[in-house]
Ligand binder design. Sequence first.
Ligand code: FPP
Length: 243
Amino acid sequence: MPKDPVILEGNGPRHVAIIMDGNGRWAQARGRPRLFGHHAGARRVREVVEACPELGIKYLTIFAFSTENWKRTQVEVAGLMSLFRRYIAKETRALDARGVRVRFIGDRVRLDDKLIDLMDNLEAQTAGNDGVNLTIALNYGGRDEVARATKRLAEDVAAGKLRPADVDEQTLPRYLDTCVLPDPDLVIRTSGEARISNFLLWQSAYSEYEFIDTLWPDFSASELARLCHAYGARDRRFGAVKA
Ligand code: FPP
């Protein structure tokens, strides 16, 4: 098989964030239950993580479960939680061996203890790695994240550690779950929906977006490479005018 073209110019995205959508429709098109699509989607995660170093992607953030996804049927939610537990248990060693550093963002309060243990363990085991930074958004919502951050910021103000007059655009990001991550350069959403669904609301203020028709279980490293090349041709001005 020919290899995907490599981005040599160094102008590809450093941080790619992905809304992995379309698992349910992919399964339904095959007459299978929705969880079948989620399992197929989980296999795509590995391929995409493995493609990152060659594409110059240093940070990959994936939306695995939103604060709104609890509204799905009990069967689907339980199946997804079981999939996350199995995925983490199964992939920990391979991710570590590849030098991937894994972090989780989102609110852990509604997650079960076994899953939290596995998440803690994966984060701890890969904490010393300096390869791709994989961030998995689990029970994550952008509004929820901003609300939790604001609560902590307000607590610091109440405790006299921070003065309201000193709060500016640099202050709030320090309280976000993503405080150690750069903002995403490129946000990809699969499955033909053109919305951001509460993903990285603060962080993606100046991100480039790609909404593609591919259903997540059909997404591939070569499609990621194509999107990275297209990103390289974009003119990011961050509100300024080019000199
Ligand atoms: C959206 O597709 C997908 C999800 C809510 C779950 C995403 C989870 C995975 C890709 C599983 C693997 C993840 C990890 C980290 C192991 P959908 O169900 O909304 O699809 P639909 O819009 O076609 O119904």
